[in-house]
Design a protein around this ligand. Structure first.
Ligand SMILES: [Zn+2]
Length: 134
């Protein structure tokens, strides 16, 4: 799987992570989503309603509204972004929630080393996606 993002998306997510630090930042990713490639076209910043430095949760009504808006714009839901005060690998809690989000991509930014990484659960197996920035 390739996850393609624009330079401005990366800057936006880094900025949001700085803005809310030490709380985990989160956002929803929209664009074109096919079997082998996801192309991000829109990012919707969301509030972490847990206001936690180690956990995140987005209000389901925020998710529903953002998905409806994106559908009207002809965009698919691609996945979730959140930041970690640790390496950009899914936590055990993340893995639990990933199962509820089907084949959506999970993009993680480490606020300690500024690395991005993206993951997807396919048949219950964790796969790392390749991030392409253009
Ligand atoms: Zn996490």
């Amino acid at each position: 799987m390739i996850l393609q993002l624009q330079r401005q998306h990366i800057e936006l997510l880094k900025q949001q992570t700085k803005n809310v630090h030490p709380i985990e930042a989160c956002a929803l990713l929209f664009g074109k989503f096919s079997k082998n490639e996801a192309v991000v076209e829109k990012i919707k910043i969301a509030q972490n309603r847990l206001r936690s430095a180690t956990r995140f949760d987005v209000d389901p009504s925020t998710v529903a509204t953002a998905i409806t808006e994106a559908e009207i714009e002809g965009l698919n839901f691609i996945g979730l972004f959140h930041s970690h005060p640790a390496p950009a690998t899914p936590s055990t809690v993340d893995l639990k929630y990933m199962r509820l989000w089907g084949d959506s991509l999970w993009l993680i930014l480490s606020s300690t080393d500024s690395n991005f990484a993206a993951y997807q659960l396919i048949n219950n197996k964790l796969k790392q996606a390749t991030i392409k920035i253009k």
